[in-house]
Design a protein around this ligand. Structure first.
Ligand code: 13P
Length: 334
């Protein structure tokens, strides 16, 4: 493992004014998202959709990286270029989702454990050959009656640390994503407690695994009220609780924290990131974005699977990127 190379790649994913697009939806997830806007999911429609996003003129102004799915990394644009090459030509680093999905956790009702460690070394070797310089693994923590349990938090933390070690062995920067879900009617305090426990456990296992903190990125949820709760915390409270929780739990050696949007509206996700960067100066890490839904909702709805809508969809996509680029420095206003 070349620590300098890893750190360089990690830092190049969080430069000033830029973030990451997560376009790594599995077959099931993209199927659900397409279905909601009336697009049929097929190999071709998924290819066309991602080609539309990746060929948007100027995305390299606001995107440093894009996370791809296994199918996408092998697909070609209509002009014959591989989709990862299209990204490289836009000045964007291709990355890859390598987890096998969050599955019901045995003997832990209501909780999930992410699978996919078997054969991971070989898959990482292959993806590196194909140009991937970073990877993503998502763990899911659910808030509910009596959950999350420490058992579930620890099991996911252990697996995230094994994944991060496997990535660094192949000189691939791991994005470590422990997501405390927004689903439910819990309070922001409950989210804060679950997020802090999850981050502590994750970094403890990462330390034990010998993973280099300078060569990874953290992708956490924001500390936010459950989406079904009657009273929702405001933008400033979300920003402050999120940053304070991270300050208590994330080592300063980590170069960047790239949030997931997790079911927030696109404007909310931008406003929250903006507030954090506006309210706090001199944080130890870059605070950036690695959104899927908050960047894709409007472009997907606008595109609808129709080639005639490509330009309008690309404009919608570029606009969201620009707004989040501004949020990187706290200078966003819609
Ligand atoms: P959302 O921004 O839609 O939460 O997706 C981010 C992601 O990559 C989840 O793994």
């Amino acid at each position: 493992m070349n620590a300098q190379e890893l750190e360089k790649t990690a830092r190049s994913l969080v430069p000033e004014g830029k973030g990451i697009l997560a376009a790594d939806e599995s077959f099931g997830t993209i199927g659900k998202r397409f279905d909601a806007v009336g697009i049929e999911s097929s190999e071709e429609s998924r290819r066309d959709y991602r080609e539309m996003l990746f060929t948007t003129p100027g995305i390299g102004d606001y995107l440093a990286g894009v996370i791809l799915f296994d199918e996408t990394v092998r697909q070609k644009a209509s002009d014959g270029r591989l989709l990862p090459e299209v990204l490289e030509e836009q000045g964007v680093i291709p990355g890859i989702k390598v987890d096998g999905g969050a599955k019901e956790m045995a003997l832990s009702p209501g909780e999930k454990l992410t699978e996919g460690l078997d054969g991971l070394r070989e898959r990482l070797e292959e993806y590196r050959e194909m140009g991937a310089r970073f990877a993503k693994w998502r763990a899911v923590i659910t808030i509910g009656d009596g959950i999350p349990t420490q058992n579930c938090i620890d099991a996911n933390a252990f697996v995230l640390a094994r994944y991060a070690a496997a990535c660094q062995e192949q000189e691939i920067v791991p994005i470590v994503e422990p997501e405390v879900l927004i689903d439910g009617d819990h309070s922001i305090e409950q989210c804060e407690e679950a997020t802090e426990k999850t981050l502590h456990a994750t970094f403890a296992r990462i330390f034990e695994a010998g993973v280099d903190l300078k060569g990874l990125l953290l992708k956490p949820n924001m500390v936010i009220t459950g989406k079904d709760a009657a009273e929702q915390a405001g933008v400033e409270e979300v920003a402050r609780r999120t940053v304070e929780t991270l300050l208590r739990s994330v080592p300063a050696a980590v170069p960047g924290i790239v949030f997931l949007s997790g079911g927030q509206s696109d404007k909310q996700a931008t406003a929250h990131l903006n507030a954090m960067n506006k309210l706090y100066d001199n944080l130890p890490w870059e605070l950036s974005f690695s959104y899927a839904r908050a960047l894709q909702d409007l472009p997907m709805k606008t595109w609808k699977g129709d080639a005639g809508n490509v330009e309008a969809a690309q404009q919608a996509f570029y606009h969201r990127l620009k707004m989040n680029g501004a949020a990187r420095s706290g200078s966003y206003s819609e």
